[in-house]
Write a protein that binds this ligand. Structure first.
Ligand code: SAT
Ligand code: MN
Length: 593
């Protein structure tokens, strides 16, 4: 008798008609074979999937050029398929599950003819973690097979673990013909199923990442009483050697990876990395929050990464371990066969191919690397990886940070008065868009908790879930807001960012453990630092710039609340009343100020 897993694979193969079925075992030898296939056999528009980079300076690294129309997440083609539209909410595209499956079946019929279907068994989370989930993804491209082995705990043990159980997360993926008109990323939360066709791009195709670990997992978390969040997890070690763990949500391409492995500008402080993108968070028996990173690799933005901005990532990318590192849509330096991107150290090379493989000159109108070009690298390459990364229960979280990208309005750092107010402020968080999703860059949109593209159900219910989680904890962590992106009148960033961000983290951990209110100034929206409470040793900042960074401007905030009110109103009567109560309290406080 075939197992439910074997039966499912067989059914998908009958639909898609591949030439071959390849059950992956996760071994090192197999990883080499898959990269070989991508260099010699599989092609996108006649071009090989992988190009081998300089093996001396970037050991085991490869360059992948995607289909030119397939370079970022496509939110307008991403759907949540629950029986009723209301449960998916105004924050999601919705399609009725049967209709969605009909459409997908039609697109998937024969879509793998002549290709190989890779069967990828993997775990999200350490297998002994209370939150771990066994998953299987099917794909028809070596790029995704190789990337999933970097990003997840992939191996044949997972097949044994699943055994005859029906209880595993199913991910079906095919690149189809790469045509955006035939591209869909569909989620079926009630069936633990993701079905994605027409794209090979990270967030659309590595189904363990945003599709399962955020969209489906957020739904599971709501049902089972935990949270799946778009957050990094770090430990901040202070001068006494005490490590405080924090989780921080920031929108895509806004510096999460840099913050996750920050090299401290303050001597004696150190950051320990646990995760750079996703956190699964539950309440432990002692009533405190514990977080794990369910992933096993980084899928980070290349442009802007350098020894200046993120030395630990530069080291990670050149580590010599047996897991391959993949660069996607960076430029190629023809003089030394190394990847190149805007913002990397050193002068612009004389001979470059751009991300599409065409010769590039500084006078060219486009950037050499795609603005959303990425690297995929195994987490164990990271020199700041915390020993707690492999600890199944996770780390205790003392502070939660919400970061946005705002040239105005949001102060450098702000501590919320309490959990419920923090949830409201997270719910109305606005941010300027980036290249991580297709669409216009730099326009303001509400992106609650940096989860707008990733919450797999109605966000009104999600805010309610956050409020309930706060009530269940004996010691809810303090909630903070950070904004590294505030500018002056001429558009120049007021804050240097990167390694200097440790000064803000230091203030935050001190506040998280504090017993007095010293060092903070109360504003209508929360507490901001007094200048003398931030450690500026070894850094110069003018009184004026500090003031600008921490200003809470009443007029700006009134306009902000008006815009936020319209956002909240779209959720209608489903919005928890506590959210409106908090909103009204905030509004009253601002009007009085
Ligand atoms: O493309 S991903 O969704 O994996 C990365 C991101 O946009 O955060
Ligand atoms: Mn992300």
């Amino acid at each position: 008798m075939p197992t439910p897993l074997e039966k499912w694979v067989e059914e998908q193969a009958q639909l898609t008609k591949p030439a071959e079925i390849y059950w992956c075992d996760g071994s090192e030898e197999e990883a080499r074979r898959i990269v070989e296939i991508g260099m010699k056999k599989e092609k996108i528009e006649g071009q090989p999937i992988f190009h081998q980079l300089n093996q001396k300076t970037y050991p085991n690294a490869y360059l992948h050029r995607s289909h030119p129309t397939d370079v970022a997440r496509t939110e307008h083609l991403t759907y949540i398929c629950l029986p009723d539209r209301e449960t998916a909410g105004p924050n999601n595209n919705w399609m009725e599950p049967d209709k969605a499956k009909g459409r997908l079946r039609q697109l998937s019929d024969g879509c793998m003819a002549g290709r190989t279907i890779y069967v990828l068994p993997y775990m999200m989370g350490h297998p002994d973690s209370p939150l771990a989930k066994a998953c299987v993804q099917l794909t028809d491209i070596s790029y995704v097979a190789a990337s999933m082995r970097i990003m997840t705990r992939l191996g044949k043990d997972v097949i044994r673990k699943i055994g005859r159980s029906e209880n595993f997360v199913r991910g079906f993926h095919s690149v189809g013909d790469f045509d955006p008109r035939r591209r869909f990323i569909m989620h079926f939360p009630e069936e633990n199923l993701v079905w994605s066709i027409g794209s090979g791009y990270g967030g659309n195709a590595l189904l363990g990442k945003k599709c399962f670990s955020l969209r489906i997992a957020s739904w599971l978390g709501k049902k089972e009483g935990w949270l799946a969040e778009h957050m990094i997890i770090i430990g901040v070690e202070d001068l006494q050697g005490k490590i405080t763990y924090i989780a921080a949500a920031l929108p895509s391409a806004s510096g999460k990876t840099n913050l996750a492995m920050l090299e401290s500008a303050l001597p004696g402080y150190k950051i320990w990395t646990i995760g750079d993108d996703i956190a699964w968070i539950r309440i432990g028996a002692n009533g405190r929050l514990y977080a794990i990173n369910p992933e096993f690799g980084f899928f980070g933005v290349a442009p802007g990464t350098s020894f200046q901005t993120n030395p630990n990532m530069m080291r990670t990318l050149r580590a010599n371990l047996f897991y391959p590192t993949i660069f996607t849509n960076t430029a190629l330096n023809l003089e030394n066969n190394e990847p190149w991107w805007e913002g990397i150290d050193g002068p612009v090379p004389a001979k470059l191919l751009d991300w599409r493989g065409n010769p590039w000159q500084p006078s060219s109108k486009t950037t050499a690397a795609h603005p959303n070009s990425r690297f995929t690298v195994w987490i164990k390459h990271c020199p700041t990886l915390s020993p707690e990364f492999e600890n199944p229960p996770g780390v205790p979280i003392a502070a939660i940070l919400f970061g946005s990208r705002r040239s105005k309005v949001m102060p450098l750092v702000l501590e919320s008065f309490n959990w419920a107010r923090g949830v409201l402020m997270g719910a109305i968080m606005g941010t300027e868009t980036t290249a991580a999703a297709t669409g216009k860059v730099g326009v303001l949109r509400r992106d609650p908790m940096a989860m707008l593209p990733f919450c797999g159900y109605n966000m009104a219910d999600y805010f309610g879930h956050w409020l309930r989680m706060g009530e269940k904890m004996t010691q809810p962590p303090k909630i903070f807001f950070i904004n590294w992106f505030r500018t002056d009148e001429s558009g120049k960033f007021l804050w240097p960012g990167f390694g200097e961000n440790i000064r803000v983290l230091k203030w935050i951990i001190e506040r998280a453990h504090r017993s007095t209110q010293d060092g903070a100034k109360e504003t209508p929206i929360g507490w901001v630092p007094e200048k003398n409470s931030l450690d500026f040793s070894g850094m110069k900042i003018s009184e004026e710039n500090f003031k600008k960074l921490c200003t809470v401007d009443g007029e700006e905030w009134k306009a902000e609340l008006e815009n936020a009110q319209a956002f909240l109103a779209q959720f209608g009567s489903r919005m928890p009343l506590e959210i409106w109560d908090e909103f009204n309290n905030l509004k009253t406080a601002l009007l009085k100020s």
